[in-house]
Design a protein around this ligand. Structure first.
Ligand code: PGA
Length: 258
């Protein structure tokens, strides 16, 4: 189920695990060992896979997965190389530990105070460090009810992404906030419209020849993922809760991208 960009180029779908603040060293080592054998059994997986664990677990996963095609990502980054920023992790440090991706702008970080301005600085710096960006956007339930979804998404894109960026390194993850961890997912026709809107908005604003890669995130699991199959605009998924078990996660991928 490869997507096709506007230029006719086939894009490999991408499935990303967002572990948030979960898991221990022992659990992640078990995950990595299982996942490595499950992926090796399925050499023809038709999608790219990225795992974004807490920073403390990146090297555990890297030690097991470094020979596989699975990539690692951070869940956020600071916008300077180093400095007096207690508790923060710089994009340079993520690269140093083996990451090639980073999630930026997740609604859980926006909730803790990340503004579009701050997110822009984080993206800018992460791109300088040659990381691929998983840029999260999405509306709250109240905004959806007031029919403000497109307005919110437009603002999040326009006030954060700049024309000068290497846009090929930016993946958008559309995650309606009301859907994250709630078991609720948008209806297919509505989601299709939103995906078209995001792709066109990106193209119009940044005068790109190709459409961006856009993922869906929010309560995706093995039972409901089939509901997304009618939406050809979806280029992959950002999965939270259902990505913590290696078996569940690989089954979702295998069943969807047959
Ligand atoms: P969820 O989380 O799959 O648990 O809803 C997705 C996310 O927050 O990225």
């Amino acid at each position: 189920m490869a997507s096709v960009s506007n230029s006719g180029v086939s894009i490999k779908p991408i499935v990303i695990a967002n572990w948030k603040m979960h898991s221990s060293r022992r659990e992640s080592r078990n995950f990595a060992n299982n996942f490595y054998s499950l992926v090796s059994e399925n050499k023809k997986l038709a999608c790219d896979i990225v795992i974004c664990p807490p920073v403390t677990l990146i090297s555990e996963l890297r030690d097991v997965l470094y020979e596989s095609a699975i990539s690692l990502g951070g869940q956020d980054n600071h916008y300077e190389v180093s400095g007096p920023y207690t508790g923060d992790i710089s994009a340079t440090m993520l690269v140093d530990v083996g990451c090639s991706y980073v999630i930026i702008g997740h609604s859980e970080n926006r909730r803790e105070g990340d503004t579009n301005q701050l997110i822009k600085k984080k993206i800018n710096f992460a791109l300088n460090q040659k990381l691929n960006i998983i840029f999260c956007i999405g509306e709250t339930l109240a905004e959806k009810i007031k029919h403000k979804t497109f307005l919110i998404l437009r603002n999040q894109i326009k006030n954060t992404i700049q024309k000068k960026y290497d846009l090929n390194k930016i993946i958008i993850a559309y995650e309606p906030i009301w859907s994250i961890g709630t078991g609720k997912i948008p209806k297919a026709p509505e989601l299709k419209k939103t995906f078209k809107f995001i792709k066109n908005e990106f193209k119009k604003n940044f005068k790109t020849k190709t459409l961006p890669v856009v993922l869906y995130g929010g309560s995706v699991n093995g039972s409901n993922i089939v509901l997304f199959s009618s939406i050809s605009e979806i280029d992959g998924f950002l999965i939270g809760g259902a990505s913590k078990s290696s078996k569940k996660f690989i089954d979702i991928i295998k069943n969807y991208y047959k």
